[in-house]
Write a protein that binds this ligand. Structure first.
Ligand SMILES: Nc1ncnc2c1ncn2[C@@H]1O[C@H](COP(=O)(O)OP(=O)(O)OP(=O)(O)O)[C@@H](O)[C@H]1O
Ligand SMILES: [Mg+2]
Length: 184
């Protein structure tokens, strides 16, 4: 089972992936994997980030990982990959996300950009465009420790990704934050 662990930057994907790895689960960091497998298409000079060839990356993933074995793919592009069997999205309240992005020492502009993306569900919308709704799960990480989040993910896996009332999509709503942008 190829499982994308995606979400807005700062929601805690890599932190949770580290816990899963410690528990013995296979984790692949998508950006590093893309680099190692020559899936870098160029550089986005404006954002100072590498552009990933998603078609090549999908092919490399299918070639290297079967659907039989459980592997978590950490990275905010995971939900864009057709090679993913399931998608788990980490969500975070904008106020807490601000704190987490500050911890990463991100600039005010980059924090604002990502907080806005979280508020308007950008990643969820992108995921829904590519995957059946029942294959996508959302976890509100705001008041949870990384260990608690890892436990939730393991539970979802152990229940064979059956749709759950708590973690199926569409229940997280940060829209009231649009009206209170001044708090940051
Ligand atoms: N559940 C949590 N509770 C509190 N702090 C957290 C939690 N998860 C992560 N953090 C903190 O938030 C920051 C961002 O976490 P992390 O780097 O894991 O996010 P990410 O989703 O992997 O981001 P990116 O997309 O940029 O790689 C880190 O400083 C981390 O320690
Ligand atoms: Mg990360």
């Amino acid at each position: 089972m190829r499982v994308a662990l995606s979400g807005t930057p700062g929601t805690g994907k890599t932190s949770v992936a580290a816990v899963l790895k410690k528990q013995g689960y296979s984790v692949v960091h998508l950006h590093a994997f893309a680099k190692e497998n020559h899936c870098i298409a160029g550089v986005d000079k404006k954002r100072n980030s590498q552009l990933i060839d998603m078609v090549k990356l999908d092919k490399a993933i299918v070639k290297n990982f079967t659907s039989d074995a459980l592997v978590f793919f950490d990275g905010h592009i995971g939900h864009l990959l057709n090679s993913m069997d399931k998608v788990i999205l980490l969500r975070c309240h904008p106020k807490e996300l601000e704190k987490r992005l500050l911890k990463k020492k991100w600039s005010a502009k980059k924090r604002r950009e990502n907080i806005d993306a979280e508020i308007i569900d950008v990643i969820l919308c992108e995921a829904v465009e590519r995957h059946p709704s029942e294959d996508i799960f959302e976890i509100d990480t705001t008041k949870k420790t990384v260990e608690e989040i890892a436990t939730i993910i393991v539970t979802i896996v152990n229940k064979n990704f059956q749709p759950t009332r708590r973690y199926s999509i569409g229940q997280i709503d940060w829209s009231e934050e649009i009206l209170s942008k001044n708090h940051m």
